[in-house]
Design a protein around this ligand. Sequence first.
Ligand SMILES: Cc1cc2nc3c(=O)[nH]c(=O)nc-3n(C[C@H](O)[C@H](O)[C@H](O)COP(=O)(O)O)c2cc1C
Length: 169
Amino acid sequence: MSRVLIVYFSRTGATRRVAAALATTLHADVEEIIDRSDRSGTLGILRCVLDSVMRRSASVEPMRHDLSAYQMVVIGSPVWAGRVSAPVRAWLATHRRRLPRVALFCTLAGRSSESALKELCELAAKQPVARCAISQRNAPQGEESRALNLFAQRIERTLAHIEEIEWAA
Ligand SMILES: Cc1cc2nc3c(=O)[nH]c(=O)nc-3n(C[C@H](O)[C@H](O)[C@H](O)COP(=O)(O)O)c2cc1C
């Protein structure tokens, strides 16, 4: 059984592609956050922006995996108006108290990810073992970006360290 769970929300597929690439590298299980709102079309995008600007939560489906079974949870969100997407905000509000170690990533169209990554850390209420931002252009079908490789390597090193401690105990 995998020791890593990747939890993500994706509206248009970029974050899903990054989550899938990470899942392959880390042999991780994957939990997609399912949003109950209609976010399609212009009105849908407007709803995303308003939710983000007003830091509103969203209504999401219950999760399928058991968080207590994992040593690491990797959480991914698209950046909306410089912030965390509403479905990921909702998921974290419900589950953050039960999180083990976390690693955080976001996908975005531009370059400025700092505010969204900072908000992700605050919402998770944990210092992440790794964090990274992947530009939508690099959210690859196949080819992984350098940042993503480094991110995965940090997670693997942390897992190896946990295993060493467990063997020593
Ligand atoms: C409502 C909305 C707001 C966005 N705001 C930003 C932003 O502030 N900065 C940015 O770089 N990209 C922004 N984007 C682009 C997304 O972050 C980017 O396309 C992301 O990779 C989409 O992920 P997804 O395909 O998994 O939904 C925004 C997209 C949407 C729909």
